[in-house]
Design a binder for this molecule. Sequence first.
Ligand code: CA
Length: 235
Amino acid sequence: MSLCVLLVEDDRELRTTLSEAMQVEGYRVLASASLADALAVLAHENDRGCGPDLVLLDLGLPDGDGEALLTALRRRSSTPVIVISARGSEPSKIRLLDSGADDYLVKPFSLAELLARMRVALRHRGTTLRPAVLQYEHRGVCVDLAQRHVARDGVEVHLTPTEFRLLARLVRSAGQVVTHRQLLLDVWGAEFTEHTHYLRLYMAQLRAKLEADSADPGLLLTEPGVGYRLVEATE
Ligand code: CA
């Protein structure tokens, strides 16, 4: 059965282009041009016992803000949501990611980039049902979370316990941006969510140990003002 995508976008041209491209990729597409219509589609699909597998959500809609749909959806499901919006400000991205959006693409974006982010989001939804991701291997770096073993080019890398927890958190979300707040919360704890300087320090240490060129990272990427992303092993 093909995966179903709910596309919420009021720009008719973009809606058509995206719908066609996704159909070519084998997705079933439900398209909505307004918040009310999207909420009705979701309610209807839920009545039939099947919701969309992924939601692409524009924010500026004629009858309200797409964020309202994200909030409504998060009350009852973990369906991945990728925000597609012309609004690229950092506070807006952070708020949406912290509200449960899985990813955020600023318009204009490339179709290839969107399809890649969709695959990542869907893969993560799948992995939440299976045992957690425990291994990562890319660009000569091997991480085995179960064995607590990290190596670069076949040579063991020694990490401090905090460096390891930070890396492990990023491995579990490989391919996805994780906000500063989320990283601080998961690695250091609730009382440290404002201490972004910890992150800068520990990311610099991780990069020095793992990147071929720590000044030009190819693995541990900065999402400026938002957070960090460990490159998906297939990127
Ligand atoms: Ca719009």
